[in-house]
Design a protein around this ligand. Sequence first.
Ligand code: NAD
Length: 261
Amino acid sequence: MNRTYVVTGAASGIGAATTELLRAAGSTVITVDLHDADIEADLSTTDGRKNLVDQVRERSGGRIDAIIAVAGLVAASPVTVGVNHFGAIATLEGLRPLLAGSDAPRAAVVASLAALEETDPGLLEALERGDESAALAEAERIGTDTTPTGSSPIYTTTKLAIARWVRRVAPTPEWAGAGIALNAIAPGVIETPMTRPALDSAEGRDALDAGAPSPLNGPAAPPAAPAALLAWLTRAENTHVTGQIVFIDGGAESIRRPDQV
Ligand SMILES: NC(=O)c1ccc[n+]([C@@H]2O[C@H](COP(=O)([O-])OP(=O)(O)OC[C@H]3O[C@@H](n4cnc5c(N)ncnc54)[C@H](O)[C@@H]3O)[C@@H](O)[C@H]2O)c1
């Protein structure tokens, strides 16, 4: 069955691997990114988000089968709030009406194992209220602070907030009630341009390993691993998995909080 997917962050890393996998299986993929994509849109801006929805509507004829929101960045900067949280939600909510014509509509977003690290309560509260200008101000306040494991609390907090958003909205009439499965994946360390600078030094590898110990098949999975998970979650055969945060981390989450089930 030929399905039409929209993949954001498709020019690199996990988004590129997902696009490649879906196209190899015969699906149509409309790619979105800042550059090297069918639709070039900056998801940190209102104009970019509108452009994404308008162009997907035009290119798809108003009907898509799945949305995979991968675009994100790790920078200790307010733009991370704009892309990782509000850009992802604008993608998912903005394109949701175009899923109405599909007989197996699905959606997925990429959160992170980093959501288990220290987060910032002020930023989390602004994100959960959906107040973008307050959240951007909180990110300015946080600046380049780091968590004990060296991550930016801006990054960790955006990833916790998007995971909680998925849990909140997935079972609602707009999503589950419309037959749309909505899930997040939470990768540990994936070998992409995002992690390359850290993976390139012994110190960086030790820091990543401390935050994301991976007894199954070692650290730094290839992007094909999360791509396959995203592809399954958004295929027609996923009829009943929704509202889940699926960790793909070689065992790190089960080490870090074994009793949380
Ligand atoms: N690599 C990892 O270890 C890892 C772990 C956990 C979660 N993640 C998440 O996976 C997702 C993909 O990361 P990746 O490792 O493939 O990184 P990547 O840097 O290889 O790819 C991210 C893509 O997002 C795009 N992007 C960034 N800002 C954008 C904007 N304003 N508008 C549109 N597109 C934009 C970039 O251009 C890039 O192509 C991110 O959300 C990231 O937080 C990655």
